[in-house]
Design a protein around this ligand. Structure first.
Ligand SMILES: *[C@@H]1O[C@H](CO)[C@@H](O)[C@H](O)[C@H]1NC(C)=O
Ligand SMILES: *[C@@H]1O[C@H](CO)[C@@H](O)[C@H](O)[C@H]1NC(C)=O
Ligand SMILES: *[C@@H]1O[C@H](CO)[C@@H](O)[C@H](O)[C@H]1NC(C)=O
Ligand SMILES: *[C@@H]1O[C@H](CO)[C@@H](O)[C@H](O)[C@H]1NC(C)=O
Ligand SMILES: *[C@@H]1O[C@H](CO)[C@@H](O)[C@H](O)[C@H]1NC(C)=O
Ligand SMILES: *[C@@H]1O[C@H](CO)[C@@H](O)[C@H](O)[C@H]1NC(C)=O
Ligand SMILES: *[C@@H]1O[C@H](CO)[C@@H](O)[C@H](O)[C@H]1NC(C)=O
Ligand SMILES: *[C@@H]1O[C@H](CO)[C@@H](O)[C@H](O)[C@H]1NC(C)=O
Ligand SMILES: *[C@@H]1O[C@H](CO)[C@@H](O)[C@H](O)[C@H]1NC(C)=O
Length: 460
């Protein structure tokens, strides 16, 4: 039955060919165990893949092939096909009808091709498709009905395209959609009710677009939303308002201010312009907080008092030069603390006393005073067998190392003098840190300048 229908189809196709070439690409010559290579199909070819249907072929992967369009007879030739991989195949366009007979197809991977348009209703026939990747194509616009018929789709990847806007009903046919990747496009805004018909969205990537603002309203009826990625957008002042979210990623934005209502467990805010710890009523439920690469500079003793559930905290590259006593008083569950690459010089070692659960402590790339560092190592880090990281500075740029972590000495004369005047020690340390940070980038041989500074200091 099936094969006679197939032959008729071929005849129907052949007799309807007016322009273009009839081309035979025998799959047997190109494919072994589902891996096909060296297939070339141009836009105008009408391709026959086999004399008879090839059954029981579940997965097909094309590599090193140039296929301007998926052959019209693909799903008649491979009636059992469930997964079709044509990434990197220079696919440009679709034929119509393209997915007739593709009711077994569950995964379609068309990443890194040259597709410019998803015509209306093109997916008719692929009514069991579960996963669709169109990442890395040339899509600038979509049509309201581009994804019609994809009622079983759960994962859609449109990342790395050139999408500038989205029609309001574009996602509506995909009621079961759970994962949507729109990252690395040119979106500046989205229609207000665009996700109204996709209530089961779980992971949404909106990163590296041009959104100037983010509205939590988009997801107001999405109780399953667990991961939201809005990184890499020029968001300056943002409010996030969800009942419960597992992960919020807002790295590489320009955030000066972030307010979060509701519950979020993991919050990544790397590389923003935050000067304060985010204002967050349910901070107690945050387990991961990444504030690295923000100009925080200074903390107050109470800055972290609500963050009692933290397991991982990153303060790397935050220009911090002091931790006030008591700042980590409530972080008894903290396992990982990164304070590397700051301007830390000297602290009260008791500031870490309450970090009873700490297992990984990264404090390299600072300006540690050797005496303090020795104390920190002996009285805390090594006693509790905490894992730390070493510096990789060359010896001529460092006074000494304590267990591989770089440090610098004060000359005994000056430190005695300065201990009489705590203020000026601090100021000097800050100046020294600033000079170090500056010189590090210009000329790594900053030790000379430190010596000079020490001399000046002893003359003061
Ligand atoms: C694809 O072509 C490249 C270079 O022409 C070759 O190195 C690679 O092995 C080929 N891939 C496969 C799966 O045959
Ligand atoms: C596509 O090609 C790029 C670079 O040519 C390569 O990095 C990528 O792994 C390829 N992807 C697939 C799925 O073959
Ligand atoms: C787009 O689709 C939605 C829902 O599928 C529909 O309500 C709306 O009228 C459509 N808009 C256009 C311009 O076709
Ligand atoms: C959402 O998921 C639930 C359970 O996972 C399911 O019962 C429900 O039908 C789904 N909703 C839609 C619109 O698919
Ligand atoms: C979505 O895109 C981001 C960034 O391009 C990438 O890191 C992520 O792995 C993608 N997710 C999926 C499910 O494709
Ligand atoms: C920080 O984010 C900006 C974009 O906002 C990006 O250009 C820059 O490379 C990022 N810097 C780092 C260190 O990741
Ligand atoms: C928030 O934390 C409190 C106390 O640890 C806990 O009882 C509550 O269940 C948490 N809420 C959510 C939504 O995780
Ligand atoms: C902390 O952040 C820095 C900079 O973003 C990163 O390189 C480092 O791996 C992070 N530390 C941990 C422990 O994740
Ligand atoms: C340390 O921070 C400086 C700027 O603050 C940056 O240029 C450098 O790459 C960082 N080093 C590492 C290893 O992250």
């Amino acid at each position: 039955m099936k094969s006679s229908a197939f032959v008729i189809l071929i005849f129907a196709i052949c007799s309807s060919v007016n322009s273009g070439q009839l081309k035979r690409v025998w799959m047997q010559d190109h494919c072994t165990s589902g891996l096909c290579q060296g297939v070339t199909i141009s836009r105008d070819d009408y391709v026959i893949l086999s004399n008879t249907p090839i059954t029981k072929q579940i997965i097909l992967t094309f590599v090193n092939s140039t296929i301007a369009k998926i052959p019209h007879l693909m799903f008649d030739t491979f009636p059992d096909l469930q997964i079709l991989r044509m990434d990197n195949c220079s696919v440009e366009t679709f034929e119509k009808p393209q997915f007739e007979g593709a009711s077994n197809l569950m995964g379609l991977f068309l990443a890194n091709n040259q597709i410019r348009d998803i015509p209306k209703n093109i997916f008719l026939g692929a009514d069991n498709l579960n996963t669709l990747s169109l990442a890395g194509n040339q899509l600038r616009h979509l049509q309201n009905q581009s994804f019609n018929a994809l009622k079983e789709l759960k994962s859609l990847d449109l990342s790395h395209n050139k999408l500038e806007n989205l029609p309001p009903g574009v996602f509506s046919p995909m009621r079961k959609l759970m994962e949507l990747n729109l990252s690395n496009n040119q979106l500046t805004a989205m229609p207000e009710r665009i996700f109204e018909k996709t209530p089961n969205l779980t992971k949404v990537h909106l990163s590296y677009n041009k959104f100037l603002k983010f509205e939590s309203e988009y997801f107001k009826n999405h109780p399953k939303l667990s991961l939201l990625d809005i990184s890499g957008n020029p968001l300056v002042d943002t409010t996030i308002n969800f009942d419960v979210l597992d992960t919020l990623l807002a790295n590489d934005c320009e955030l000066h201010k972030l307010t979060i209502y509701g519950y979020v467990k993991e919050v990544e805010l790397r590389n923003n312009s935050l000067q304060d710890i985010p204002n967050f009523p349910n901070a107690a439920n945050v387990t991961v907080l990444d504030l690295s690469i923000n100009p925080i500079a200074s903390l107050e003793a109470t800055s972290l008092r609500r963050y009692i559930g933290l397991a991982k905290l990153n303060f790397s590259r935050t220009k911090i030069h002091d931790f006030p006593e008591g700042v980590f008083k409530k972080q008894t569950k903290l396992k990982v603390l990164d304070i590397s690459n700051n301007s830390l010089y000297n602290l009260k070692v008791s500031v870490f006393d309450n970090l009873k659960a700490l297992q990984y402590f990264y404090f390299h790339q600072n300006n540690w005073n050797c005496d303090f560092l020795q104390l920190l190592m002996n009285s805390y880090v090594k006693r509790r067998e905490i894992v730390f990281a070493e510096d990789d500075l060359e010896p001529d740029k460092v006074d000494d190392y304590v267990d591989g972590v770089a440090c610098w000495y004060e000359s005994s004369r000056t430190s005695k003098k300065c201990s009489e005047d705590g203020e000026s020690v601090l100021e000097l340390a800050i100046i020294r840190n600033d000079i170090k940070a500056f010189v590090e980038t210009v000329d790594k041989k900053f030790v000379k300048i430190f010596r000079l500074l020490d001399e000046i200091k002893s003359k003061v």
